[in-house]
Design a protein around this ligand. Structure first.
Ligand SMILES: Cc1ncc(COP(=O)(O)O)c(C=O)c1O
Length: 412
């Protein structure tokens, strides 16, 4: 007999909460206390931020690692350091978190939205090449959900048109492409250490990696009020060379990051195990597509995204999400509104009522429905599930059971 769905008043599959993430490891406590006891809370006065940058760069096989305040400021700094000027066009996927694209406006450059691949949800190289113009300056490629984008094709196109590549790795710490860590393939890699990311620096934080010494130098200056770097122990001169910001990290955050970096491989493996467990069972369900790993990419599953054939199943995505949620599992929609249709871009709600930088350029940029059809379609089909390291088999079994129960109803 068909079981009554919790959304209609039946017994839910799960009543316990999902195991939390991130979790505080008691072993970390002493290291954090030491940093606080030693004084020097800012990276201008302490040592930990520099240590964190060096350790991160070593791990990822790049020359320079520069900790910054968050993943958005990391992208802004990358644009500054790569010489993106006001009015330049920067290509970015339409299906991603807003923080991938807002730094383009912060630099008074113009975001050009690129559609994504139907199966990997990362930037489509075909649409990328189609949208390049003589104003294009850089590409922000996003390794969304932990899945490496098609870097061979993207780098081929970037080299052909002489464009700089920023890899937005905010969701993909530890992911690899052709055996190389992502972030080390383009000109600059940027990371976020926000609260629930694969590794965190206690809530907020970011990192820039690069092999280019000029870029590294420019980032160091721009992240600290445009002030020429002062050697430790020397008096500050308060000379500011160009427009900079305060995008620094604290010593406390850097200490947290150093600890998390040592745990990263373990975190990634747990996520991959949890993901393959779900895939084993969920791939059996009609009209449901688990995430795909590409031949060249090692996916690290920041989130486990499933695609639902809503037409075939005859239910819209909100109904399915609500029915699963009622069964007691964590599930949410994934980027329902693509970036080009966000009021910020569509209505050009930028600086005050000026619409800068759009009002300063001759070209009329329009962000309408149909610009990135796959991103628009995916917004109505994707659901997010969790596979973070503290998730256990009991929770995974409940996820599978919730899907089976809801699917039994839908297909009956
Ligand atoms: C793909 C992507 N890019 C950029 C960012 C911005 O990072 P932050 O929140 O640290 O500024 C995020 C953060 O969630 C992200 O997921």
């Amino acid at each position: 007999m068909e079981r009554e769905l919790a959304i209609f008043g039946g017994e839910p599959i799960r009543t316990k909460p999902c195991p939390p993430w991130p979790v505080f490891d008691e072993n970390m406590g002493n290291e954090l206390l030491n940093t606080l006891r030693n004084g020097g809370f800012s990276e201008l006065t302490g040592q930990r931020a520099e240590e964190f940058g060096t350790a991160f760069a070593d791990k990822f096989g790049v020359k320079y690692g520069i900790p910054v305040s968050n993943g958005t400021s990391a992208i802004h700094l990358a644009l500054i350091a790569l010489g993106v000027n006001p009015g330049d066009e920067v290509l970015v996927p339409a299906h991603t978190f807003i923080g991938s694209a807002t730094p383009i406006l912060m630099q008074n450059a113009i975001p050009i939205f690129v559609d994504v691949d139907e199966d990997t949800y990362t930037m489509s190289p075909i649409d990328l090449e189609r949208k390049i113009t003589d104003k294009s300056k850089a590409i922000i490629v996003v390794h969304l959900n932990g899945n490496p984008a098609d870097m061979d094709e993207i780098m081929r196109i970037a080299n052909k048109y002489d464009l700089k590549v920023i890899e937005d790795c905010a969701q993909a710490h530890g992911a690899k492409y052709n055996g190389k860590y992502i972030g080390s393939i383009g000109h600059v890699g940027t990371f976020s250490f926000w609260e629930d990311k694969i590794m965190t620096t206690a809530g907020e934080g970011g990192m820039i990696v690069t092999d280019d010494s000029d870029v590294a130098e420019k980032v160091r200056v721009a992240k600290s009020h445009g002030e020429m770097e002062v050697k430790k122990g020397e008096e500050r001169k308060y000379v500011h060379e160009f427009l900079g910001y305060n995008y620094r990290i604290t010593e406390f955050q850097a200490t947290y990051g150093l600890y998390e970096l040592r745990e990263l491989d373990k975190y990634v493996e747990r996520r991959r195990e949890n993901a393959s467990y779900l895939t084993r069972y969920l791939s059996e369900l009609k009209g449901l597509h688990p995430p795909k790993e590409t031949v060249k990419g090692k996916h690290v599953f920041y989130k486990y995204i499933v695609k639902v054939d809503v037409e075939e199943l005859g239910k819209d995505i909100d109904w399915i999400r609500n029915a699963l949620k009622a069964e007691g599992i964590e599930v949410s929609r994934r980027y329902p509104l693509p970036l080009h249709l966000q009021p910020l871009f569509k209505e050009k709600n930028t600086y005050g009522n000026t619409s800068w930088p759009y009002s300063c350029v001759k070209k009329n940029y329009q962000y309408d429905v149909g610009l990135c059809p796959t991103a628009e379609k995916l917004g109505e089909r994707l659901l997010t599930l969790l596979v973070h390291p503290t998730i256990d088999e009991e929770y995974l079994n409940d996820v599978v059971a919730a899907f089976e129960k809801v699917w039994e109803y839908i297909l009956s």
